[in-house]
Design a protein around this ligand. Structure first.
Ligand code: M6R
Length: 368
């Protein structure tokens, strides 16, 4: 069943371009989003004034990216919350709140209980889920399935990129319903979304180079990950993958937070992955992240940069650069995360660990 791959995880990473393509398939026509599954929410989508996204682990990180996309494109305020924190703090919900749960398995107990709480409080509910007929979609007003195919490895990979693709489709649909983007803007963004599978395939071609890097780092005891804006959830996800697979202490930070504490951790030889925003990015974060790189490099950090192809500004300071193709800011995470997944997997493999079944973890967490 692994089809020649050394692990399910390796196979599932290789399936990421296809997972994105399948999630988009049949849902884009004539430059617009058509998702029949959203019909039950048709009236609600025009009336809601707030969105709350619930998930755990990797799923919650896809929710962070969804927040950026929905707020930018559809102009509705979004809160993202860990499902297990949500119902224990008297959250404010009403019929004008749309609660979107995101879960690969659709069985995560923390998320299920949070959805039930939202239903009881009168909120509208949408489930983004990868498993047909799972419990969470059954408890929700509507479900938008990701079509990543079954994910066997405990570490979530292809489901994550499919979740982001589904969220972006949803965000663009919402922008159309609420008239916050023009048809032309929407069709342009959809074209970029549809280009991602081919772009991601070129990133995956760097597997051997990343494997080599992981091989050099088997004795590493801590790795830091920095990102900003759309790169921040990628940094968090890179750190989570390394913890769960390679049992290495790893932390993801928003790059702007460095000077507020974490920079004290930097000592000579400390490996730091940096997800570098595009130099063409509309929000001019690139120079700020480059100056973060300079600061930590001056303190001896080893910089492993994931940067846009041709980004000359990082070259003088990076020990290794993993280039990704040109993409708009919100699409970069779909290209930048695979190298970090591969790195964690190959480092775990180099340490002789079981990458599909890391210790102490289960594929779906069905207890609270
Ligand atoms: O099935 P779910 O998407 O609800 O699972 C949520 C988390 O348990 C899951 O993403 C977990 O963090 C993964 N092991 C990460 O690789």
């Amino acid at each position: 069943e692994k089809g020649g791959w050394s692990s399910f995880m390796a196979k599932e990473i290789s399936e990421e371009p296809e997972a994105i393509a399948k999630t988009l398939l049949g849902r884009i026509t004539d430059g617009a989003v058509h998702v029949e599954e959203l019909e039950p929410l048709r009236d609600s989508l025009a009336e809601i004034n707030r969105i709350v996204i619930l998930g755990c682990g990797t799923a919650a990180y896809s929710g962070m990216l969804a927040k950026y996309a929905i707020e930018k494109w559809a102009k509705i305020p979004v809160d993202v919350e860990l499902s297990h924190e949500f119902r224990y703090r008297d959250p404010i919900l009403d019929e004008k709140t749309l609660v979107i749960s995101v879960s690969q398995s659709g069985e995560t107990m923390d998320t299920l209980m949070a959805v039930k709480y939202a239903v009881d409080a009168g909120a509208r509910t949408l489930s983004i889920c990868n498993t047909q007929g799972a419990t969470i979609p059954r408890e929700s007003d509507a479900v938008m399935y990701t079509h990543a195919g079954p994910e066997v490895a405990v570490a979530s990979t292809k489901a994550f990129v499919a979740q982001i693709a589904a969220f972006y489709l949803f965000a663009l649909h919402l922008a159309a319903v609420r008239d916050t983007l023009t048809k032309r803007e929407i069709s342009g963004l959809l074209e970029e979304l549809q280009a991602l599978p081919d772009q991601l395939a070129t990133v995956l071609e760097q597997h051997d180079k990343i494997k080599e890097l992981a091989g050099w780092m088997v004795d590493t005891s801590a790795v830091l990950f920095l990102g900003r804006h759309a790169g921040f959830p990628v940094a968090l996800e890179g750190a989570l993958k390394l913890k769960e697979l390679a049992y290495i202490h790893a932390e993801g930070f928003a790059a702007g937070e460095l000077k507020h504490g974490p920079i004290a951790l930097i000592e000579p030889g400390q490996p730091v992955f940096v997800v570098v925003p595009s130099p063409r990015g509309e929000n001019s974060l690139h120079p700020k992240v480059v100056s973060n790189i300079q600061e930590i490099r001056a303190r001896g950090a080893r910089i492993l940069a994931i940067a846009e192809q041709g980004d000359a500004a990082v070259l003088p300071y990076a020990d290794v650069v993993i280039p990704i193709p040109l993409a708009s800011t919100l699409f970069e995470p779909l290209l930048a995360v695979a190298p970090l997944q591969i790195f964690a997997m190959e480092l775990a493999a180099a340490k002789g660990l079981d990458v599909d079944q890391p210790r102490n973890l289960a594929k779906s967490v069905t207890v609270e």
